[in-house]
Design a protein around this ligand. Sequence first.
Ligand SMILES: C[S@@+](CC[C@H](N)C(=O)[O-])C[C@H]1O[C@@H](n2cnc3c(N)ncnc32)[C@H](O)[C@@H]1O
Length: 201
Amino acid sequence: MIEIKYDNKLSIRTSGIKEWDGDIIHYNRCEPTPYKALIHLFKHYKLEKTDRLVDFGSGKGRVAFYVHNRFKIPVVGIEAQDSILSEALQNKKMYRTRAKNITAPISFEFGLAEDYEVKPEDTKFFFFNPFSADVFREVLHNIMLSLKQVKREVHIILFYPLPDYQKIMRKNSSFEIYNKIIVPKVRDRREKFIIYRHLPA
Ligand SMILES: C[S@@+](CC[C@H](N)C(=O)[O-])C[C@H]1O[C@@H](n2cnc3c(N)ncnc32)[C@H](O)[C@@H]1O
């Protein structure tokens, strides 16, 4: 099975779904982006050496490890469930025993995505439905503040983009649709990526 094969290649364990404990309304469960989708995305969309990718709601780290391994660029994951973050950090230990020669840093931070201070070097932002549209709006606001401070091209990558997220991108941002990448041979047509681009004025 492809999920296990790629986890083994990276020396990580990222499969499985984990719900939040208790009644959490705005924050979604942990579920990895399928490897099939990631492979397809990056067949059609490349990251640059100068990029730094932030995965908001990074779970056990699958997207972060895959991107770091494939493009050798700095990657940061932000995760708000501490038990899940521990698994990502455990994965990092195992991953690093194999990926010793990749000098770019890979890090995971515990915290809320909406509290993350966007850095000038952050250029690609990944979201697989981590939270409600209200929280997404806050995170987008922070990204846009950072763009005012340091002008640069940035992309937002949405996997399984929900209509509410798309509406926020249409109405509240200076981003335009750059690409749409549909994962082939999947039953659920929502398994696709929309990539938005902001160009400096
Ligand atoms: C659907 S999973 C995606 C995991 C990973 N990005 C991937 O695509 O493989 C969403 C993750 O976001 C986390 N999350 C939810 N709300 C969050 C928030 N406000 N800040 C940071 N992480 C959050 C969840 O705990 C979960 O692990």
